[in-house]
Design a protein around this ligand. Structure first.
Ligand SMILES: Cc1cc2nc3c(=O)[nH]c(=O)nc-3n(C[C@H](O)[C@H](O)[C@H](O)COP(=O)(O)OP(=O)(O)OC[C@H]3O[C@@H](n4cnc5c(N)ncnc54)[C@H](O)[C@@H]3O)c2cc1C
Ligand SMILES: *[C@@H]1O[C@H](CO)[C@@H](O)[C@H](O)[C@H]1NC(C)=O
Ligand SMILES: *[C@@H]1O[C@H](CO)[C@@H](O)[C@H](O)[C@H]1NC(C)=O
Ligand SMILES: *[C@@H]1O[C@H](CO)[C@@H](O)[C@H](O)[C@H]1NC(C)=O
Ligand SMILES: *[C@@H]1O[C@H](CO)[C@@H](O)[C@H](O)[C@H]1NC(C)=O
Length: 412
């Protein structure tokens, strides 16, 4: 009798323990899921890299993300023409965001995200490691998969044969604010400015400068036969008309061959291919993009220095390296392309890591969309085959260069 009682007590006790046991097993399982098995190192925390990190944290529980960037702040660079021409017009917190604060929304994935401050200096493809330098210390980061999102810079950003104007993030961390300030002051004090190139950046910058400083003489020099050469005739003509009304002189069919600052006179000398020599207080180059590729093995680059990827954003010669955004060989270097690219890349990384899910492919033939404010009161652009009406350009972009809702592009 006593034995039977004892037996039933034990039985009851173990029955009561069953749910606890189940809970324990479940917790262990969850913990093991929460401990990601694959490390993805993402180099570059801008439009592309930040959104790849969000995609992996949301969709791939097995992925641990290590995001590397030389600055701890993201630069909303597309607002730079106004930020530099009109100091104070857009508040600092509208164009510089703390990168780690964009990733506080994943409390369940705390051990799946690391931010590493520094600059990638080399990649060991065989050993699957990236070396990252910061303050004379070099650290090796091991990866299972690598995503190169180091983007592009420009001659104005690096101050190569141009006044230094940060249209992109600075190459070294902690320098951007002082570079912005220096450029703001140089533009403010210049009485004459030559801009080389008449793509969207050159035209926007000319518009912002003449808005802010109507007495400054602005000259746009382009080797094409019109401004905004990739757009169709009607927005091209509209842009030319607006620039003229703002007093901007446009020189078409002229190639800038050299530009240098004369230390004695503190003036810029701009030599054109036809031998003509121009002079101004400032020269700013907006003639194109330069790849941030100094840490990338030459075997991954095409002959112009961009990373050659397939339609899955994978570097074909490797099984573990991807690239996305401006650094790839896709020549439309626009933030408006990046969301589409990131979703394709994430679907492929997910398939690599989990062995499940559909692999998407990228179609680079997409509708042309370009909105070009020319100061705060006019602008033009093109959406597919249509000319974007000026009021629409102002409403969508000209008011604040998207900075009013800027965070949403990188908040995941
Ligand atoms: C003035 C201007 C205005 C623009 N306006 C528009 C617009 O209105 N609409 C539009 O669609 N597009 C616009 N663009 C294009 C847009 O800026 C780019 O397409 C976009 O910045 C590309 O993003 P990304 O993430 O690929 O690279 P990037 O923005 O170039 O960022 C690269 C990141 O990688 C980091 N990095 C570089 N090297 C290393 C390294 N070795 N190690 C670690 N990190 C590194 C950089 O510091 C940076 O944070 C504009 C461009 C300019 C210059
Ligand atoms: C590197 O040095 C700068 C300036 O002293 C400092 O702000 C930064 O935090 C340092 N980086 C690291 C990772 O310690
Ligand atoms: C940048 O400047 C260098 C040196 O003047 C020049 O060779 C190169 O073509 C320029 N690149 C772009 C994209 O403007
Ligand atoms: C290399 O990339 C550049 C920039 O996008 C592109 O214009 C060029 O066609 C590419 N070259 C090759 C051989 O693919
Ligand atoms: C790109 O897309 C347009 C519209 O869908 C189509 O007419 C055109 O033929 C395509 N071009 C290429 C090169 O695929």
């Amino acid at each position: 009798m006593a034995d039977a009682n004892r037996a039933s007590i034990y039985l009851n006790a173990s029955l009561a323990a069953l749910p606890l046991l189940a809970l324990w097993f479940w917790r262990q399982r969850r913990l093991s899921v929460a401990m990601p098995s694959k490390t993805v190192v993402v180099v570059g925390a801008s439009w592309a890299g930040i959104n790849v990190a969000h995609g992996l944290l949301k969709e791939v529980p097995d992925a641990k993300v290590v995001l590397v960037n030389p600055s701890d702040e993201f630069f909303f660079n597309i607002a730079s023409p106004r930020v530099i021409a009109k100091p104070g017009d857009i508040a600092r917190e509208k164009y510089l965001y703390q990168i780690v604060s964009l990733f506080e929304k994943y409390p369940n994935r705390k051990n799946a995200f690391d931010f590493v401050l520094g600059k990638a200096v080399s990649i060991d493809l065989e050993g699957k490691k990236v070396s990252v330098a910061e303050n004379a210390t070099t650290t090796d980061l091991a990866y299972d998969y690598l995503v190169i999102a180091s983007g592009s810079t420009s001659n104005a950003t690096t101050g190569t044969a141009s006044l230094k104007v940060p249209f992109k993030a600075a190459q070294e961390g902690g320098q951007l604010e002082s570079e912005i300030k220096a450029a703001q002051e140089a533009i403010k004090s210049a009485k004459s400015i030559i801009i080389g190139g008449a793509g969207a950046v050159g035209v926007e910058f000319a518009g912002e400068i003449t808005d802010a400083y109507p007495d400054t003489k602005v000259t746009l020099v382009t080797n094409t036969d019109s401004v905004l050469p990739i757009l169709k005739a009607s927005p091209r003509q509209k842009a030319a008309k607006i620039l003229k009304s703002k007093g901007v002189e446009v020189l078409t069919g002229k190639t800038v061959q050299a530009a240098e600052l004369d230390a004695a006179t503190n003036k810029w000398t701009v030599t054109l291919a036809d031998g003509e020599v121009l002079s101004a207080d400032a020269y700013i180059s907006t003639t194109g993009s330069v790849p941030n590729n100094d840490f990338i093995p030459a075997s991954l680059l095409n002959e112009s220095g961009w990373v050659e990827v397939d339609a899955h954003f994978k570097v074909a010669s490797t099984d573990s390296v991807y690239a996305v955004g401006d650094i790839t060989h896709y020549s439309a270097r626009l933030t408006s392309r990046i969301a589409g690219q990131v979703s394709v890349l994430v679907s492929n990384l997910k398939a690599d890591i989990t062995g499940k899910g559909k692999r998407a492919a990228y179609d680079s033939n997409q509708t042309l969309m370009m909105l070009v404010p020319i100061g705060k009161s006019s602008g033009t652009g093109q959406i597919g085959g249509f000319t974007a009406p000026g009021f629409m350009v102002l409403l969508v972009k000209g008011r604040d260069y998207f900075t009013g809702s800027g965070m949403k592009f990188v908040a995941g």
